[in-house]
Ligand binder design. Structure first.
Ligand code: FNR
Length: 363
């Protein structure tokens, strides 16, 4: 089968990845209301094209934190990528580098900070941080990322524990025995599962610090020299606190709808956050993006960069680095086409006027 869309890749990946890992990658929390919203809410936004604009030359390049990127697309952190492909995070990071887009490495990756740094020296890499109860360990992760030339710390704030993922309970989800959480040694590098229990949820409940508050964001800001981005913000109230503390970026995200079910889609939460702090901080988004027009819509609503999580895993599963490269190429080509046909030759031309909620047309 010729694969021409992100959805084609997902279908193909489903045939390749073992069921328990596929379910782990694909699932959302609870009844998956928010998982469905993540995609449906993009579908409820209409594009209002403007014609007879010169679109013969287009440019989707952008700059974030002083780095130049070929497109406003990045790779979100997703855990345990070697379950999709033996080269896991290293292949994913190299694909991002090939396209000159940023790659975010998860704390709970199956390739270490140093391995990814060595495998993808020319990729702009950001490190996603989970704060462990063991604070000196947490601090050492940040210092390792700094030494390995990562360019930002992405602090995930929506996961004091992991959400209810029923498929993982049914499957008693655990990593294949040959894999490890490669940023750690000893007991923190592995987890076990029992019947009816997800091993990763048990691991997170025992290791992550559920007592975190905004003072811990201050703590992180006090010792890292890298820009801090908070990931998982869904309200303007939290966005204002984060910006007042001095974070440089926000990723509006509901964690791929894997934490609390019933939260809004990230694209629904984006406008209030842009309105509250859009002039003070770089606002980015992830969740539910499956085509170029979705990226166009997020940019129109004020996002500066749009990240993909699962899509990259599907590319990785189907064809390793080349598969991820093709996923990024598909999304770039689709965004370019959307920009051409909507009359917006550069990212700066894409603004709120170019989108409207479907309810407008039923008035
Ligand atoms: C995630 N996500 C995530 N986020 C994070 O901060 N650290 C992590 O380790 C992980 N791990 C993870 C694993 C898997 C399998 C998924 C699907 C997601 C959330 C991720 O960064 C991102 O927010 C979502 O994946 C975005 O939604 P889409 O693009 O998958 O719809």
């Amino acid at each position: 089968m010729v694969l021409v869309s992100v959805d084609d890749y997902e279908q193909e990946a489903a045939k390749i990845i073992p069921k328990s890992a596929y379910d782990y990658y694909k699932s959302g929390a609870g009844n998956e209301l928010s998982l469905n919203l993540n995609k449906k809410c993009y579908d409820k936004i209409r594009i209002r094209p403007k014609f007879l604009v010169d679109v013969s030359k287009r440019d989707m390049s952008c700059e974030i934190f002083g780095e130049h990127f070929s497109a406003p697309i990045g790779i979100s952190p997703t855990a345990m990528q070697k379950m999709a492909h033996s080269e896991g995070e290293c292949a994913n990071a190299r694909a991002a580098g090939q396209h000159k887009i940023p790659f975010i490495l998860s704390t709970i990756a199956t390739s270490s900070i140093e391995e990814v740094a060595q495998a993808a020296p020319n990729t702009v890499k950001w490190f996603q941080l989970y704060i462990y109860k063991d604070r000196s360990l947490t601090e050492s992760l940040v210092h390792r990322a700094e030494s390995a030339n990562f360019k930002a710390i992405v602090l995930t704030v929506d996961a004091p524990v992991f959400g209810l993922r029923r498929a993982d309970k049914r499957n008693a989800f655990t990593m294949p025995p040959h894999l490890k959480l490669a940023n750690f040694v000893g007991e923190k590098s592995d987890f076990k599962s029992n019947e009816g229990v997800s091993g990763i949820n048990t691991y997170v409940a025992s290791q992550f610090d559920a007592s975190l508050t905004w003072k811990d964001v201050k703590w992180l800001l006090s010792f890292t020299k890298l820009p801090v981005i908070v990931k998982g913000i869904l309200t303007k109230e939290d966005a204002v606190i984060a910006v007042n503390l001095g974070v440089k970026g926000i990723i509006v995200s509901n964690h791929g709808a894997r934490q609390i079910d019933s939260v809004p889609a990230s694209i629904e939460a984006l406008p209030e956050i842009v309105q509250a702090v859009g002039d003070r901080v770089t606002i980015m988004i992830d969740g539910g993006v499956t085509q170029g027009t979705d990226i166009f819509k997020a940019i129109a609503l004020g996002a500066k960069m749009v990240f993909i999580g699962r899509n990259a895993l599907w590319g990785l599963a189907v064809n390793g680095q080349k598969g991820v490269e093709h996923i990024i190429e598909i999304l770039k080509n689709e965004l370019d086409l959307a920009m051409t046909l909507a009359g917006t030759p550069t990212l700066k031309d894409i603004n709120k006027e170019f989108v409207i909620h479907e309810s407008y047309y039923s008035k």
